[in-house]
Design a protein around this ligand. Sequence first.
Ligand code: ZN
Length: 330
Amino acid sequence: MRRTRTVLTTVATVATAVALMTTAAVAAAAPRGARQAVHPTQRAATISSAPAVVHSPRPRRHKRTKVIMPVHRKAGLAPGTATAPMTYHGGRLMTAPAHVYLIWYGDWSASAAPAVLGDLLEGLGGSAYARTNATFTDRAGNHVTSDIRLAGSTKVMAKHGARLSDAGVRRQVASAIARGALPSDTDGIYVVATSADVRETSGFGSRYCGWHAHTSLKGADLKYVFVGDPSRQAPRTCAAPVASTPNADRGADAIASTLVHEIDETLTDPDLDGWYDRYYNENGDKCAWTYGPTYPSATGATANIDFAGRDFLVQRNWVVSPSQGCAMSG
Ligand SMILES: [Zn+2]
């Protein structure tokens, strides 16, 4: 069964922001046996420390067994809804140390992303930022892990301009495991990253900037993420609106924030029955495209956090204690 829902997103200080998603298109593209939640695109946004996401005043009734698929529509503000608390829906959370596996799909030879994201993941584990996720607990009181590490990676060559469907993203995960490049790991987060020339056909850049899903593979519940280099296809909808970026690679810097968004959500809602609010927004969604205080990096770029000695501009994450709201540390 499939659940649809409507979510309106905008930036609090700019009544015009926003992206368009259609439920039917995303639902139709979802691979069988996989469930998916998307990271919204943004348009015409300014950096603001104000809560960015507002929501439809009339959500559909939640039914626990169905898919979560955010839909973003051009809309004005719906006052009051941005503060909707997140609640726990009883599902399993990622409480054991999490292992990130990167699948580099396409041509990354000219990109700084492998080095930049490697450092990001090295610095993320155990950081104050990662502890934002540890504010979330399961029924037994176990905290979501803040121990996140890069546990493996593999490269997949593709024709220039290759296309990849949602089912194709899932197949890349299955294929990497089948050929022994990566292990089958229920504590894993498999990240399929597509290079700037590769098109994810269900709406990368127009409907979403990334998404996460889970699937059963030979009896193992595996969590996986799609992120793409938006520097050619979606330089405005999937990247922060800043003059220069901390690592001087717009694609890599944009992916950094989207990747953190999807990791945050996978940890706290791995099977789409964990933590989300009454509008089905997960923690990353609630703070998407907001950054809190920023500082100029050594090169004058806009940054807000240091991971492993490298500056980044990554979105804030929702915390549920001591009070609910967007934060850079937990
Ligand atoms: Zn999201």
